[in-house]
Design a binder for this molecule. Structure first.
Ligand code: 6CS
Ligand code: FE
Length: 277
């Protein structure tokens, strides 16, 4: 890390990200008061009722709330934080905007799995984004431990681009009557990666469990293979994920565009908010 808020990643940080496809910055990357603002907004986010809320397969537990940077000032402010905009700008090397945001709850006792997947294929096939130059920035709202379903990754798996796989046909079980765009947001992955490829890459790159204290910030590549187990612990594992994209990599035509709370269709370059440390 550096002390330059507009370029917070060191050369070593950037080469670690390029090698592994991920980078974890423990608590301290964002100031306590900013994290407090975000935590204060969380109950209201969890009270959301509408199409941006996706439930778990049990039909009652909230899995994710999408478009939170568009609806909640605390999230929008955070998405413009100079240290986040600076770090993502260093990784992507150009003007950026938020393509998608979500609060993934991974609720205590009933937070369901996320099968092994790559994120970018969703943004290519569903949103028409031409290149994988997107970065996920996950901000831990709860501590992620070995007990509450931490994100797990295969470091280096992003280097092969889109991996072989097949589409799950039809809507996932228990979502038969849901809107079509729910298809890629559930515990039953739509774009399934071949298990031989997953096994080979895991044997080569190993597995990494993204554990960390609340307030940790995790950057990960749009093509890195990742997953998470169900959470049967008594502790939530909430993460806010901001998906940044290059303005010059904006979505191209798709026959049925997804709602704006899932995919920004008219990107404007982000200007970092001044006045934050
Ligand atoms: O369809 C999407 O946009 C979401 N689906 C998955 C499985 N991960 C990335 C993204 O948030
Ligand atoms: Fe994902």
């Amino acid at each position: 890390m550096t002390n330059d808020i507009a370029h917070p990643l060191s050369a070593e940080d950037i080469s670690e990200y390029e090698r592994n496809g991920l980078l974890v910055r423990e608590a301290g990357f964002l100031a306590e008061d900013e994290l407090r603002e975000l935590s204060a907004a969380t109950p209201e986010i969890l009270d959301s009722r509408g199409p941006e809320v996706v439930l778990e397969r049990d039909g009652t537990t909230v899995r994710s709330v999408y478009g939170v940077h568009r609806t909640f000032a605390a999230v929008r402010d955070l998405s413009m934080h100079p240290r986040l905009v600076g770090a993502v700008g260093q990784i992507l090397g150009g003007e950026i905007y938020v393509h998608q945001s979500k609060l993934n709850v991974k609720a205590a006792f009933s937070g369901d799995q996320w099968e092994w997947h790559q994120d970018y294929i969703n943004w290519l096939r569903s949103d028409g984004i031409p290149r994988p130059s997107l970065v996920n920035v996950a901000i831990f709202l709860d501590a992620a431990t070995e007990f509450n379903g931490p994100l797990m990754f295969i470091p280096g798996s992003q280097r092969l681009g889109l991996l072989p796989g097949k589409d799950r046909i039809g809507m996932p079980v228990n979502y038969e009557d849901a809107p079509s765009w729910v298809n890629t947001l559930t515990a039953d992955e739509k774009f399934q990666v071949d298990r031989d490829a997953i096994r080979t890459l895991a044997e080569q790159g190993g597995l990494f469990s993204a554990k960390g204290a609340a307030g940790s910030v995790l950057f990960f590549h749009s093509n890195i293979l990742h997953a998470s187990l169900p959470n049967i612990s008594p502790f939530d594992r909430k993460v806010l994920i901001l998906v940044y994209n290059l303005v010059d990599n904006a979505p191209e035509h798709v026959d049925t565009p997804r709602p704006e709370f899932l995919a920004e269709r008219s990107p404007v370059a982000l200007v970092p908010r001044i006045g934050k440390t």
